[in-house]
Ligand binder design. Structure first.
Ligand SMILES: NC(=O)c1ccc[n+]([C@@H]2O[C@H](COP(=O)([O-])OP(=O)(O)OC[C@H]3O[C@@H](n4cnc5c(N)ncnc54)[C@H](O)[C@@H]3O)[C@@H](O)[C@H]2O)c1
Length: 394
């Protein structure tokens, strides 16, 4: 289906926009990159050149490919020029729904009727963006991970009025770009990856707040005992505490008490603009490189707690019919480098073990985040305990 897609516009040339532009051009698409000033576009182009040269240095493309790829990219500040004859657009302007709605309305007025309009939003409503156009069936989410030239995952998100044909085309397009797509069948906040991550972040923040473990202890346990690539505090710093806080608020608004944010832990840092890696300080000091997480603290935190809330949130996604266990697992492994997906992990250790852990925490803390999802309870009552009984999430 994506065969028919040839010409693209990417709106925004920042962190994500320039990377998506590069990815499309590397895969043979003609792309026009749009921003609000020529200066910004120039900066975006320079980053693309730098990255392409890295690809050539590492022999992932030939040196002569650099100029061929760059020749497929043009830049403009005019939507008219960028979108008048496109087959699809990917929007990557700042995470603000009013701005995004405006961009979609503008694109809708200019782009040919067949064109698909996709948003790279991390968590905003695809349905609202679609409703800002006269073609909501052709509006969907296409959520790349940073940096999009390198990260393998794309979440393809269905808005309320998005057609299955649009989803199929974007799934196909993602594959043509060398990515692994996962489908988010409902326009749920946080989609898959940010939602499951939001749950484990909250559990870690609350654990720190209650004084049960230190951030170094939690991170050491998650990394060295749990086999995750980064500890939760290290990862939150890497993502940006401003973004983590914003996503946390959106999840709280959408799901209520289950996502009660631990404002005491994150907000003081956000107020001081200590956003993590990008500002040099967050939970950790990044000014001298990646924080050192001490090995000797790897027993301080019980990583099964993280797995339990992750599997619980995964269960909610399945229960709501927003995503399949396989797509959730793929999303967490490719989007954040988890050693295992939460559903396959739960099946391996036992759904009963996960539910017991949740119940133990629910009894102790009386917080909604630990209350087992009805789906897990129904698995238990059916005797679906995972691998050992032949049926669980899988
Ligand atoms: N940074 C990440 O790690 C990441 C990962 C996945 C998704 N996202 C999402 O991608 C989107 C963009 O994020 P980013 O980090 O690239 O932001 P950014 O601030 O780096 O880039 C946004 C760009 O959009 C431009 N812009 C602003 N208004 C515009 C308009 N009306 N028309 C055209 N361009 C306009 C800005 O000048 C800027 O260059 C957001 O929705 C974000 O949630 C970000």
């Amino acid at each position: 289906m994506a065969e028919k897609l040839k010409k693209a516009a990417v709106i925004g040339s920042g962190t994500m926009g320039h990377g998506i532009t590069q990815l499309l051009a590397m895969n043979g698409y003609q792309v026009t990159m749009v921003d609000i000033s020529d200066d910004l576009l120039q900066k975006g182009l320079e980053k693309i050149k730098w990255s392409l040269e890295k690809f050539a240095e590492k022999r992932r493309i030939r040196p002569e490919d650099v100029s061929t790829i760059l020749a497929r990219i043009s830049t403009t500040t005019s939507y008219e020029q960028a979108a008048k004859d496109i087959d699809f657009a990917i929007e990557a302007v700042p995470e603000n729904i009013e701005l995004k709605k405006k961009v979609f309305a503008q694109l809708d007025n200019i782009a040919p009727p067949h064109a698909i309009l996709a948003s790279n939003t991390s968590t905003l409503s695809i349905t609202e963006m679609g409703n800002a156009t006269k073609r909501p069936d052709k509006v969907a989410g296409m959520h790349f991970f940073n940096p999009p030239q390198l990260m393998a995952l794309v979440e393809v998100i269905k808005g309320e009025k998005t057609s299955q044909e649009t989803i199929n085309t974007l799934v196909d397009l993602s594959k043509k770009l060398g990515k692994t797509p996962v489908v988010v069948r409902k326009d749920v906040r946080g989609f898959i990856v940010n939602r499951v991550l939001g749950a484990v972040f909250n559990e870690a923040f609350w654990t720190l707040h209650r004084g049960e473990a230190t951030k170094e202890g939690i991170d050491a346990s998650v990394k060295y005992s749990g086999g995750f690539p980064m500890g939760w505090f290290e990862l939150a710093d890497y993502v940006g505490l401003d973004i983590a806080s914003e996503v946390g608020k959106i999840l709280y608004e959408a799901y209520g008490e289950r996502f009660k944010p631990c404002v005491e832990v994150i907000e003081p840092l956000v107020k001081e603009r200590k956003f993590g890696q990008k500002t040099g300080v967050g939970f950790y000091d990044w000014t001298k490189g990646r924080p050192r997480i001490p090995f000797n603290l790897m027993e301080e935190y019980d990583v099964e707690r993280s797995w339990a809330v992750a599997a619980n949130e995964a269960a909610w996604l399945v229960y709501e019919d927003a995503a399949s266990p396989a797509d959730i697992d793929t999303g967490m492994k490719l989007g954040t480098g988890w050693p295992s997906g939460p559903c396959e992990y739960a099946d391996r250790v036992g759904i009963d073990v996960i539910v017991n852990k949740l119940k133990e925490m629910y009894a102790k803390y009386n917080m909604e985040m630990y209350k087992p999802c009805p789906l897990l309870e129904s698995y238990i009552s059916k005797g679906w305990l995972g691998k050992k009984t032949g049926r669980g999430f899988y």
